[in-house]
Design a protein around this ligand. Structure first.
Ligand SMILES: Nc1ncnc2c1ncn2[C@@H]1O[C@H](COP(=O)(O)OP(=O)(O)OP(=O)(O)O)[C@@H](O)[C@H]1O
Length: 277
C-alpha cells in the first residue's frame, strides 16, 4: 500500500499501480489539482482601496474564496479494475469523479481516459423548460450515444423513469422525485468504458431504490472499469479490488481494500477518541 501524508498542498508523488497485471491502462490521473472559486464571502481588502465609483458596487459582490478540493492526486486505473474511493466528508471524492467525467476542468495536472467515462448520478444538468422527451434525447447524446442508439434506448428510459405522460411536459412541472428518476434513467442509458458511481445515487422511494440498485449492478457488470464512492466500507469490500483513500484532498493511500480500509478506520477511531477528550 502506498501511503502519503495530507500535511500540505505540495503535489503528492505519483502512486504506482497496485495491479499492473490487470489490463491495459484506461484512466491516468496525473498530479491533478482541483479548485473551486466561490463568490460572496467577506471581502478581505477594504473597499476604500477601490476608486470611489466602484465602492457601492463592490459591497454586493463580496470576495472570491478558493477551495482547494483535490491536491496533487495521481493514479492509473486499468481495464477490469473496480476501485473504491473513500474518505471523510469534504475530502474531494465527488470533485475528483466530476473531473474524470469531464464535468469540471482541472486547475493543473492532467486526466487521460481511453474510452467513455461517465458519472452515474441524479444531478446531471437537464433543461427545466424542455420536455422530458427532449431532455432524454439531449442527455443521451451528451453521454456519447449516436442518434440511432438514442432511438433504441428511448422507450427503455421512459419506462424505467416511470413518469408516464409527464414525459411530454416540461421538466419544471415534475415533482423532485420524478425529476431524479428521469435523470437517473438517462444517466444509465449508456454502458460506459469507465463507470463512476457516487453513492449519493440512492434516491426516491424504496421500490425505486431497489430498482436503481439492480440497474447499477447490471451496468457495473458491463463496464470495463468502475470507480465507486461510498461511505459504506461493507459495499466497498464487497465490490472493489482496490481502494483509494482521499484525505483533505490528498491521496493518502492506494492499495488492497482490507489494508486501506483498516488504516482509514484507525484514523477515524483516533478522531473519535480525540473528540471525547
Ligand atoms: N460547488 C462547489 N463550490 C465550492 N466548493 C465546493 C463545491 N463543491 C464542493 N466544494 C468543496 O470542495 C471540497 C470537496 O468536496 P467534495 O464534495 O468533493 O467532497 P466529498 O469527499 O465528495 O464529500 P462527501 O463525502 O461529503 O460527499 C469540500 O471542501 C467542499 O466544501
Amino acid at each position: 500500500m502506498a501511503e502519503q501524508t495530507p500535511e500540505n498542498d505540495t503535489p503528492a508523488a505519483p502512486v504506482a499501480p497496485t495491479t499492473p497485471d490487470k489490463g491495459r491502462p484506461v484512466l491516468v490521473v496525473d498530479d491533478v489539482h482541483l479548485k473551486y472559486k466561490t463568490f460572496g464571502g467577506k471581502r478581505r481588502t477594504g473597499s476604500s482601496r477601490l476608486p470611489g465609483w466602484a465602492r457601492g458596487f463592490s459591497q454586493g459582490v463580496g470576495a472570491v474564496d478558493v477551495v482547494h478540493a483535490v491536491k496533487g492526486v495521481s493514479f492509473v486505473a486499468h481495464h477490469g479494475e473496480s476501485i473504491g474511493l473513500i474518505g471523510h466528508n469534504g475530502s474531494g471524492k465527488s470533485t475528483l469523479l466530476r473531473a474524470v467525467a469531464g464535468a469540471m476542468p482541472v486547475t493543473s495536472g492532467a486526466i487521460y481516459t481511453d474510452g467513455v467515462a461517465s458519472l452515474l448520478g441524479v444531478s446531471g444538468a437537464l433543461i427545466k423548460n424542455l420536455s422530458g422527451e427532449r431532455n432524454i434525447i439531449l442527455g443521451c447524446l451528451a453521454l456519447g450515444l449516436k442518434p440511432n442508439e438514442v432511438a433504441a434506448h428511448y422507450e427503455e428510459v421512459v419506462e424505467f423513469a416511470d413518469i408516464g405522460d409527464f414525459v411530454r411536459l416540461p421538466m419544471e412541472a415534475y415533482s423532485s422525485g420524478m425529476g431524479a428518476r428521469l435523470r437517473f434513467a438517462i444517466s444509465t442509458a449508456a454502458s460506459p468504458d469507465i463507470l463512476m458511481i457516487d453513492e449519493a445515487l440512492a434516491t426516491g422511494d424504496a421500490s425505486f431504490k431497489a430498482r436503481s440498485q439492480r440497474r447499477i449492478d447490471e451496468i457495473r457488470e458491463r463496464a470495463g472499469t468502475v470507480l465507486l464512492v461510498s461511505h459504506s466500507m461493507g459495499t466497498i469490500k464487497e465490490t472493489c479490488d482496490r481502494v483509494l483513500w482521499l484525505d483533505s484532498g490528498v491521496l493518502r493511500a492506494d492499495g488492497k481494500p482490507d489494508e486501506v480500509i483498516e488504516a482509514y478506520m484507525e484514523t477515524q477511531r483516533a478522531k473519535v477518541e480525540a473528540s471525547k477528550k
